[in-house]
Design a protein around this ligand. Structure first.
Ligand SMILES: C[S@@+](CC[C@H](N)C(=O)[O-])C[C@H]1O[C@@H](n2cnc3c(N)ncnc32)[C@H](O)[C@@H]1O
Length: 257
């Protein structure tokens, strides 16, 4: 089988589901959620909006651990169908982040993004739409908090990005230093930045280990070249992180005005 499948394809997602634990498609899985939410008091009445929620594992984790009621949305209808089926106690919507304000009918107290922002084609537009979602919905509340966990370009990553079937593997990891200005332009005031680069290296080393241990099963569905492709991509993330070009961060911000 040819190796030129994208990790975003059905086959790519199937392979990732084999090696990852739970319905998470972000680095660090539950550890990353705990880190991102560490300063958010648990309150079952709070509304959390999980933007780019994928298959809903993060939304369910937040709900189950008492952080609040959770609405997740994602542009991929198949992911939302899977999330609705598996996690009926959360609410899930098919929605482009650019339309986030039109999809929500209640202002969220917290908006979180777990490895979703880097995928958005129009990141500035996404931040503006999320600010509108916090502002325009019924019973708008001041001080909606944005929690953005993502891959970050620490400098130089985008000059020679990893390629997946001819396309950038990470579509557009943000430049960390540019985030406060980017957020401010969209109506958010940066409250804090936590860099997690060493953990990022550890998380992807662990994932590479899982890929290696799943070698036989990956070869069964994608062939030896497919296995080599997957391994090279994730090892490439580790190498870029070790070289100081790539990493992860949690950026928190509050809505202004
Ligand atoms: C790497 S996955 C992360 C999924 C989830 N947050 C998690 O941690 O498991 C990125 C998600 O962003 C979604 N996405 C990409 N572009 C989007 C957009 N314009 N609007 C909404 N979701 C989008 C993708 O469909 C995908 O589910």
């Amino acid at each position: 089988m040819a190796s030129a499948f994208s990790m975003n394809s059905f086959l790519g997602q199937r392979i990732l589901a084999l090696v990852r634990d739970g319905d998470y498609a972000h680095a660090g899985e539950e550890e990353a959620i705990e880190l991102a939410m560490a300063d958010v008091a648990k309150d079952a009445g709070r509304l959390i909006l999980d933007a780019g929620c994928g298959r809903g594992g993060t939304a369910e984790y937040l709900r189950r651990h008492g952080w609040g009621r959770v609405t997740g949305f994602d542009i991929q209808a198949e992911s939302i169908a899977a999330a609705r089926q598996r996690y009926p106690e959360c609410r899930f919507l098919v929605c482009d982040v650019a339309d986030a304000d039109r999809a929500v009918d209640e202002a969220p107290d917290v908006i979180c993004l777990f490895n979703a922002y880097y995928c958005f084609p129009d990141q500035a537009g996404a931040l503006r739409a999320l600010a509108r979602a916090a502002r325009a919905a019924r019973a708008a509340r001041p001080g909606t908090r944005l929690i953005l966990f993502d891959h970050v370009d620490r400098g130089g990553y985008q000059d020679s990005p990893l390629l997946d079937a001819g396309e950038p593997f990470l579509r557009n990891p943000p430049l960390l230093a540019a985030m406060p200005e980017r957020l401010a332009a969209a109506g958010w005031r940066t409250a804090g930045t936590r860099e997690l680069h060493d953990r990022y290296i550890g998380w992807y080393r662990t994932l590479v280990g899982k890929i290696e241990r799943s070698r036989g099963r990956i070869i069964e569905i994608a062939g030896p070249e497919g296995y080599g492709h997957v391994l090279a991509l994730y090892q490439g993330l580790v190498d870029a992180a070790v070289a100081g070009r790539l990493g992860a961060a949690i950026v928190t911000a509050e809505r202004v005005g």
